[in-house]
Design a binder for this molecule. Sequence first.
Ligand code: RFL
Ligand code: PHB
Length: 388
Amino acid sequence: MRAQVAIIGGGPSGLLLSQLLNKAGIATVVLERKGREHVLSRIRAGVLETGAADLLREAGAGTRMDREGVLHDGCHLSSNGRMFHVDFKQACGRQVMVYGQTEVTRDLYEAQDAIGATILHDVEDVVLHDLTGTPHVTFMRNGVAGRIDCDFIAGCDGFHGVSRRAIPEDRRREFEKVYPFGWLGILSRTPPVDAELIYASHDRGFALASMRSAVLSRHYIQVPLTDRPEDWTDEAFWDEFRLRLPPEVAARLVTGPSIEKSIAPLRSFVSEPMRWGKLFLCGDAAHIVPPTGAKGLNLAASDVHYLVEGLRGFYANGQSDGVDAYSDRALARVWQAMRFSWSLTTMMHRFPDASAYDRRMQDTDLAQIERSDTARRLMAENYTGLPY
Ligand code: RFL
Ligand code: PHB
């Protein structure tokens, strides 16, 4: 097979990239290791920045989001039961869109089907070849060997994918911070406990009350890394979650059976550069943020934006300045989001080795956001998303 751009990974970054490139007349093939239903069964992010929502519209995949997604003006922060509101719209004039990653992915698959894009599922043994020369990708599918010759390869295959590791080890630099806890998340067919998200710092550990719709809630609690989902009955989850919320919120919590329950470890990770020869990395393949700032999916979207701009320029007039600038432009924004996710994570969680001094610093940071217009504006600008 031949494609202008071979895309490894059919998660949100691979699909969005494929959709935008096809719209620009650039031919792609997407190679995805799993089946479509498997990709769609992953429950992950829930909050879209303004820029990511705009990009989905530009891709022709924003109609259902605009109909079913919910715009939020702000969120609540709480500390040991005392809650205050951060109004993003008032602080910086922007909102966020609450619309699940599962739905984003579903809409992108449908948009890809509608334009007849090529997505090959259930591929195995993907190998990237000759990245500084004439690139091509080989793979196995249903026991048959396949090969795609291409101009460029986009590595959109997530943290555990093969693309990042195709860059020689002595040519990449990795930055990592592993947090000593995870998030236990449950999805339940229950109404959200509030119209907006609640990020709750508590001596028992962090909790987040989020949602997917008026009848579907997504909640998280901080847990030790040694815990497993099966250690937590639904009742135990709800009891612990309730204790970490402000009492007036806990009083109106409606509980129900979980539909999904999983634990995600928290990690910050960046691999530089995001380009090697004809290979570009996008999304989780290049970087991971802890979920506290809701930035993972949004960074995947901004990477895609910069790469599409570069490739459009390359194919329209042969200029390579856009693709040459891709890594630096994407990384500048990645590090901003890294900093924000790290600072929100550090401020809101209980760290096993924290001193009394560390705890006072956390409380002082939170109090500053409550008191200072400047601090609230900084949070609002970062949460709703820095401009591309
Ligand atoms: P994805 O979604 O991981 O998709 C990568 C795709 O590549 C496929 N793949 C391969 N295909 C072919 N060959 C190979 N060798 C391959 N190896 C892998 C995989 O099957 C998959 O379909 O990366 P992408 O597209 O860059 O999208 C990024 C987002 O998914 C990610 O940033 C967020 O979901 C992160 N994230 C969260 N972000 C939030 O903002 N809020 C959250 O609550 C939140 N929860 C999460 C998360 C990420 C998680 N992971 C990755 C462990 C919860 C979890 C569990
Ligand atoms: C979610 O709804 O899954 C969600 C929302 C905000 C976050 C993380 C996860 O910061």
